[in-house]
Write a protein that binds this ligand. Structure first.
Ligand code: KIV
Ligand code: ZN
Length: 506
């Protein structure tokens, strides 16, 4: 029997719990940019911050509220007058208050008795409601709270007028079955909407959030790329895609913006996304082995559960030791190279040999092998070419670079400053090429091949176009700046050439 489709609300806490990711610190401008993107994405509620934690944080929440986004703006607060007043001062739509309720946290985190916790929670809810603001109440560490006390405090919070209840699995200790049972029990006496807030300590945050939804949860707290305390929160992109595709439930999220949102948060937070992460990882829609590449080029459903476009991605066929002829042929055809059958067999053979030596086969390696096999220089067609460059660096000068490039044969000059000469020169290149296509550097790796101050350095970079297609390139030189420039220009050319070739095919 098919279940009627349900609407599940999404509260995004990237700017609050997400920022609690160790090592992450976002500026006001970063947070505003992320809030605008979350709004475009369609999240129902943005938890913008914890106003009482610092003056800066209060300013962030105020500024985000002032933009006038469609998403509701929520502020986090402890159950104290000072915290609540700081949240009220930000004029938010919703205040999310929390207080520990598990024995271990009541004793060691706040040193309060259950009676004190109970009265503090109810007084805080009543105060917020008296001020005319909506309130979501979280019994923190709910999933390690003794059930009679959890029942008691949730009922008291309901009587005090909370608008919604949130159940945090603060240390991620639930499994789908136990959280399902907990939500079933809560749904039997809580009449307001219930949210679920799962942490990923055992890698179960998404599964637990979905189990809570199966038991009746109305809203899920998530963070982009699964950012958050310790192992993080339930990942927005995984939760939403599963709700849409597997459950056939509705959310307000425009899934086509999931990948660009993930990239934005990754670049601003400095937390890279693991390559094999579901939905947004570099390999989530990449295929290498022969049987897979043949399958997906004939019929994508053979090895893809969804079309990558649904989440704003494109499919990628990768050369490697498991690669098949069909995948490599498609990859080469996409950049305008058409080897004959014998040449193709030889190219595949050499790619496999390289892979067998334990080497990751980059786009550059595939082009080099193909050039050798076809006996002609290919892939050297350039849209962008370097004419000249100069860098200045020192103790008292800001590292500055000027570059002169030709783009489609026409000359352009730009200068940029940076944290160092490499940063400055790569920014100057991107400034010029940005006029034809926004291509940004998504990864930069420097390896010394030989020792000593005249060591040969290998620079390996990845660049990314606006659709999230990633291209790798490498260059080897004694001069790190020159190696970086060569790799960058090579990566940009690959990207531009591929996109132009695609354009021609249509
Ligand atoms: O994980 C947690 O318990 C929290 C609370 C502040 C709700 O983030
Ligand atoms: Zn949390």
């Amino acid at each position: 029997m098919t279940q009627p489709s349900r609407y599940i609300k999404i509260l995004d806490t990237t700017l609050r719990d997400g920022e609690q990711t160790p090592g992450v610190s976002l500026t006001l401008e970063n947070k505003i940019e992320i809030a605008q993107q979350l709004n475009k994405l369609g999240v129902d509620v943005i938890e913008a911050g914890f106003p009482s934690s610092s003056e800066g944080e209060r300013k962030v929440v105020k500024e985000i509220k002032k933009i006038g986004l469609t998403s509701q703006i929520c502020a986090l607060s402890r159950c104290t007058r000072k915290d609540i007043d700081a949240a009220l001062d930000c004029d938010v739509d919703l205040i999310h208050i929390f207080i520990p309720t598990s024995p271990v946290q009541m004793k060691y985190a706040v040193n309060m008795t259950p009676e004190q916790v109970l009265s503090s929670a109810t007084e805080s809810i009543q105060y917020i409601k008296k001020c005319g603001v909506k309130c979501e109440f979280s019994p923190m560490d709910a999933t390690r709270t003794e059930m009679p006390f959890l029942r008691q405090i949730c009922k008291a919070a309901q009587d005090a007028g909370m608008n919604s209840l949130n159940i945090p699995d603060t240390v991620g200790c639930m499994i789908p079955r136990t959280i399902f049972e907990l939500f079933k029990e809560l749904k039997s006496f809580i009449k307001v909407p219930i949210s679920v807030h799962c942490h990923n300590d055992f890698g179960l945050a998404v599964a637990n959030s979905l189990a809570a939804v199966e038991a009746g949860a109305d809203q899920i707290h998530v963070a982009v790329n699964g950012l958050g305390e310790r192992a993080g929160n339930a990942a927005l992109e995984e939760v939403v895609t599963t709700l849409h595709v597997v459950y056939d439930y509705k959310t307000n999220i425009n899934t086509r913006l999931l990948y660009s949102t993930s990239r934005l948060v990754s670049s601003l937070s400095g937390v890279s996304v693991q390559v094999n992460k579901a939905i947004v990882g570099e390999n989530a829609f990449a295929h290498e082995s022969g049987i897979h590449t043949r399958g997906v080029t004939e019929q994508p459903l053979t090895f893809e559960p969804i079309s990558p476009e649904i989440v704003g991605r494109t499919r990628k066929l990768v050369a490697g030791k498991l690669a098949g002829t069909r995948g490599i042929q498609v990859e080469l055809n996409e950049i305008g190279i058409h080897p004959n059958e014998t040449q193709l067999t030889e190219i595949v053979q050499r790619v496999k040999e390289l892979g067998d030596k334990g080497k990751a086969v980059t786009d550059a390696d595939l082009i080099a092998i193909t050039s050798a096999v076809m006996g002609q220089v290919i892939g050297k067609e350039k849209i962008v070419d370097l004419c000249d460059m100069a860098v200045i660096t020192g103790i008292k000068v800001i590292p500055t670079a000027s570059v002169r490039l030709t783009i489609d044969g026409k000359e352009y000059v730009a200068s940029e400053t940076g944290v160092g000469p490499v940063d400055a020169v790569l920014k100057a290149i991107q400034k010029l090429t940005g006029n034809i296509e926004k291509i940004k550097l998504s990864e930069y790796r420097l390896e010394a091949i030989t020792g000593g101050s005249n060591a040969v350095a290998e620079v390996i970079i990845k660049v990314e176009d606006e659709k999230g297609n990633i291209f790798s390139a490498r260059a080897t030189r004694e001069d790190i700046v020159m190696a970086s420039v060569e790799a960058m220009i090579d990566g940009i050319n690959k990207c531009l050439l591929k996109n132009r070739n695609k354009g021609k095919k249509q």
